[in-house]
Design a protein. Structure first.
Length: 241
């Protein structure tokens, strides 16, 4: 009986800690997002008067915007993790121009691409589909972000967006490998940082691919990883309507 009482108390404590963790994630994801958004808005205002800034000040402004975007990405990932843990991913289907969403995804990383002198080679078809905008954007953002973060300077990112028999295929190929075989098994698991590190000092907590795969699954799709020597690819395969 004594052992049963100890087990019961331990189970209650585990439930309490789980609730505390959920509340902390909720607090961080909502309360931290607001000041980051304000900082991002202020940096955009500074961009409007950038002609009055010297070269050094422009460099600081660019770095500041970069850091703010990274902070917002961390907050978004926390919100995604909370939704995944609570099984509360909700899909709202609407007609979307997927090629335009992908283009916007790359434009949001234009400064990082320029700073690393990356060459983006697109082969993108016009694709219209009924899907969930937030889920698609989170998948696209994490795949694009990884490609930019881990690509060596002055390397090539190849992007193709095609459809065949009502299946969308988005493939992003970079020269950011190789990834050790023991790490490949954990690519889509939570908190699985890689041995290869971001090539320009960016942060990488190892949750991006986990989140992207969960959203892909919610859309009845799958992200497939392949590698050959230093060339690696991530392919989103998604049925479309």
């Amino acid at each position: 009986m004594a052992n049963q009482e100890i087990i019961r108390k331990l189970e209650e404590r585990v439930l309490e800690l789980e609730q505390e963790k959920k509340q902390l994630l909720k607090l961080v994801s909502h309360d931290v997002k607001s000041p980051f958004n304000k900082l991002f808005a202020l940096s955009n205002l500074l961009q409007l008067v950038s002609e009055n800034l010297n070269e050094e000040q422009l460099d600081y402004l660019s770095r500041m915007e970069w850091v703010i975007k990274e902070g917002l990405t961390v907050v978004r990932n926390l919100m995604d993790l909370r939704a995944i843990e609570n099984n509360s991913i909700e899909l709202n289907l609407e007609e979307l121009q997927l090629d335009l969403l992908l283009d916007e995804g790359f434009k949001s990383y234009a400064k990082q691409i320029d700073a690393k002198i990356l060459s983006v080679r697109p082969k993108i078809s016009k694709v219209t589909a009924w899907s969930d905008k937030r889920a698609i954007e989170r998948v696209f953002d994490n795949l694009v972000s990884n490609a930019v973060k881990f690509s060596p300077k002055e390397s090539i990112i190849s992007v193709s967006l095609l459809t065949n028999n009502k299946v969308l295929s988005l493939e992003i190929i970079t020269q950011s490998g190789p990834i050790p075989s023991e790490e490949v098994r954990n690519l889509f698991k939570r908190s699985s940082p890689l041995t290869p590190r971001p090539t320009h000092g960016e942060s990488a907590l190892g949750n991006g691919l986990f989140i992207a795969q969960k959203y892909a699954h919610a859309l009845s799709g799958e992200i497939v990883f392949r590698q050959k020597d230093s060339e690696i690819s991530f392919t989103l395969e998604l049925p479309i309507k």
